[in-house]
Design a binder for this molecule. Structure first.
Ligand code: BGC
Length: 446
């Protein structure tokens, strides 16, 4: 067998991504805590409970794992509801906890990437109409300032709000996540508040830390028309892409937030407020025009034919879409970090899919790096199985499996694979032969 290696630059960051609510446990002051208790909110009545017990201190052993596996970075998020459990009352112990975590990453040679908001918000904010009310902009800015001051000695790579497109769509249009509303008009107003809050936080971070790198992570979902020659499919695929995937990044590039009806909304303060593109890619949609689905802009989504789908039917493995996503990100001529990418799966079959996914997606990443696109790091979602929102514990994304009764972690073979990629800074024929032999002919022909 011919030996080949797809190599990455030495400075390229290899990490995993996590979020506070999903790993810390007992986030009792968050709006999501109340949502979890509602009947039918979470699959099988699951609760986040102790989650991965990071708040109880198990972050240290997980950071040890990441470092031992040769990772060089880790993304975590700060829970606003811990830092500011009641308005303007700061919990200094909570801030100190996060400071220790950030310092703990540095001490292990891991570069911290810190997100200020990953879906969950303080209960008190939700009780004041949360992201629907304009006051959130100033409140988020104040919080961003506080966290930057507390963690700035250890952190200079930041994300403001995780996936503003998923956050607004799933919570205000699809109505799955709190506050579970289905109102497109309201969703667009929330989107404007989120964009303004991001812009205010961007400036707050930079006022304290001029050298900071600040991004807004977008869940980028390329769309393919079901029939490339059929104009309504092409239109629906493009509309879904423009209003879901590209909405926020375009608004930052132009200072104008597109609206479904009427002229774009001027948000001049958002223009230029990101230092890198934070790209989150999981899957690609095949879209066909469907008059009966106005809620999704007359598009009906399916997975591309032939793509392998995970156990939960939630994501399909479509590596070409990752390359398209990277090409889209490259258009903005900013550095790129892939701040999430991964697939769910348990047991040998689920992890075999994860290994194939990892190998084929890292291959697309390498293509982008090889074109000299400025891609600087990759964060796999996720390090350890964590609380997967409305899918509870039924859908598991960890390189490490979590036993929720004992809190024991077990490395899946994909953890070893990712470790080998990170250590070698390369994807090699040998790794493919060892972890997914059936892929060798396609990935390394000849
Ligand atoms: C979110 C994560 C989530 C992951 C897997 C992403 O869209 O940022 O919080 O766990 O998808 O579903």
């Amino acid at each position: 067998m011919a030996q080949a290696a797809h190599s990455f630059p030495d400075a390229f960051l290899w990490g995993t991504a996590t979020s506070g609510y999903q790993v810390e446990g007992n986030s009792r002051n968050a709006d999501y805590w109340d949502w979890e208790q509602q009947p039918g909110a979470v699959a099988e009545g699951h609760r986040s409970g102790l989650a991965c017990d990071w708040w109880g201190g198990r972050w240290a052993e997980d950071f040890d794992r990441a470092a031992a596996d040769g990772h060089t970075a880790l993304r975590l998020s700060v829970e606003w509801s811990r830092v500011e459990p009641t308005p303007a009352q700061w919990d200094e112990d909570a801030l100190d906890h996060y400071r220790q975590m950030a310092a703990g990453l540095r001490a292990r040679g891991l570069t911290p990437l810190v997100t200020l908001h990953h879906f969950a918000s303080p209960r008190w904010l939700a009780e004041r109409r949360g992201w629907e009310a304009g006051e959130v902009v100033a409140l988020f800015e104040r919080y961003a300032r506080k966290v930057t001051a507390a963690l700035g000695a250890h952190v200079n790579l930041w994300c403001t709000l995780n996936e503003p497109n998923v956050f607004t769509f799933r919570s205000w249009a699809e109505g799955v996540l709190p506050p579970r509303k289905k109102d497109i008009g309201l969703a667009l107003r929330v989107a404007a508040n989120v964009l303004r809050a991001h812009a205010a936080a961007y400036r707050a971070i930079h006022s304290l830390q001029p050298e900071a790198m600040v991004g807004l992570p977008i869940h980028l979902r390329p769309t393919l028309p079901a029939h490339a020659g059929f104009a309504p499919d092409v239109w629906a695929a493009r509309a879904q892409f423009n209003f879901f995937s590209a909405l926020f990044t375009d608004a930052i590039a132009t200072g104008r937030l597109r609206r479904i009806v009427g002229p774009a909304l001027a948000v001049p303060e958002a223009k230029g407020t990101q230092d890198y593109i934070a790209l989150q890619y999981y899957t690609t949609d095949l879209v066909r025009f469907d008059l009966t689905n106005p809620g999704e802009l007359f598009g009906r989504r399916a997975f591309p034919p032939g793509a392998e789908v995970d156990d939960a039917g939630f994501y399909a493995s479509y590596p070409e879409g990752f390359f398209q996503a990277l090409r889209w990100a490259h258009r903005y001529r900013l550095p790129i970090y892939v701040t999430e990418n991964g697939i769910g799966g348990e047991g040998e079959a689920g992890d075999a899919l994860r290994r194939r996914y990892l190998l084929t997606h890292v291959r697309q990443l390498w293509r982008a790096v090889n074109f000299n696109w400025d891609v600087r790091g990759y964060f796999h979602w996720s390090l350890v199985d964590n609380f997967e929102w409305e899918r509870g514990w039924t859908h598991r994304f960890g390189l490490y499996a979590l036993d929720r009764d004992t809190q024991a972690r077990t490395a899946r073979p994909s953890a070893q694979l990712y470790s080998a990629i990170a250590r070698g800074r390369a994807l090699t024929t040998n790794l493919v032969a060892q972890y997914a032999p059936q892929l060798v002919p396609a990935m390394f022909p000849g």
